[in-house]
Ligand binder design. Structure first.
Ligand SMILES: [Zn+2]
Length: 267
């Protein structure tokens, strides 16, 4: 991977670190392909604790609290392939274009990240090469393979959001996040609203854009796939019963949407 004289020592990930890409139910038959960019909060051993106390390293700034448990369950319930990234978004954010400042944040919400200050170009390149690139190359390869096999592919990017950001409470239970796809997000919004007891965000708490997102613009929109992001509020999925409940709800809704997409020959 690297060709300089220091060899192995120039790598970010060492023998004790796990691979960034984690896959679940890779043989899943569903048209839905799930991604989870902020699944984990691991830090490579060489980065230590990034200069942060544990209280910061378990917060939403490090990962999407609760979404791993929802995503794993949804992959099984929907018989869908799930691709996840295990390292903290504080190491490199896998849903940001690498060129933007928030790719490797020096400040997240009000927390300064000491381990992200004064990075050399090579430090930045290592994080990209060893974490960001393998994750996105794998998603690319999976989509290539599916298209080659003429399998319908609908990209659903799973996230969670903090109930309070910078002192402002967020009322939504769940949000649908999208940009260019005009087919799937309206179906999802309608289905969530039909539940009757949910506060549903339409591109809330944020919208997808080319500058603030990577997975949907690059793997969904640029490849012409139906695509949407789903954001669930973290306090609702903090424990296993919440994760189970939300996975069941979303699995049921996605199976209804699959029927509609097929009936309208969108997949
Ligand atoms: Zn996220």
């Amino acid at each position: 991977m690297t060709s300089d004289v220091t060899g192995e020592t120039s790598l970010l990930l060492s023998g004790t670190d796990v691979a960034p890409v984690h896959e679940t139910n890779a043989s899943g038959a569903s048209p839905f392909l799930f991604t989870c960019d902020h699944y984990g909060r691991l830090l490579p051993e060489k980065l230590g604790d990034l200069g942060l106390p544990e209280s910061e390293r378990v917060r939403h700034i490090a990962w999407d609290i609760g979404i791993a448990g929802v995503a794993e369950r949804m992959a099984i319930m929907c018989d869908a392939h799930l691709v996840s990234q295990r390292y903290s978004r504080l190491v490199i954010d896998c849903n940001r274009p690498p060129a933007v400042a928030s790719s490797i944040p020096r400040l997240s919400e009000a927390t300064v990240i000491p381990g992200n200050e004064a990075l050399s170009a090579e430090d930045v390149a290592r994080r990209r090469r060893e974490i960001f690139d393998p994750y996105h190359r794998r998603i690319d390869a999976i989509i290539d393979q599916r298209l080659h096999a003429k399998r319908s592919t609908v990209l659903v990017s799973l996230h969670s959001f903090t109930p309070v950001y910078a002192g402002v409470a967020r009322p939504w239970h769940i949000g649908t996040l999208y940009h260019r796809d005009t087919t799937l997000p309206p179906l999802l919004l309608r289905a969530l609203r039909a539940e009757g007891d949910l506060v549903v965000g339409d591109n809330e708490p944020y919208a997808v854009s080319d500058l603030t997102d990577y997975t949907i613009p690059v793997h969904g929109e640029a490849r012409g796939l139906l695509s949407t992001g789903i954001e669930i509020r973290q306090d609702l999925i903090a424990d296993q019963s919440g994760q189970q409940q939300w996975a069941e709800l979303l699995a049921r809704i996605l199976s209804e949407i699959e029927v509609q997409l097929r009936a309208e020959q969108n997949i």
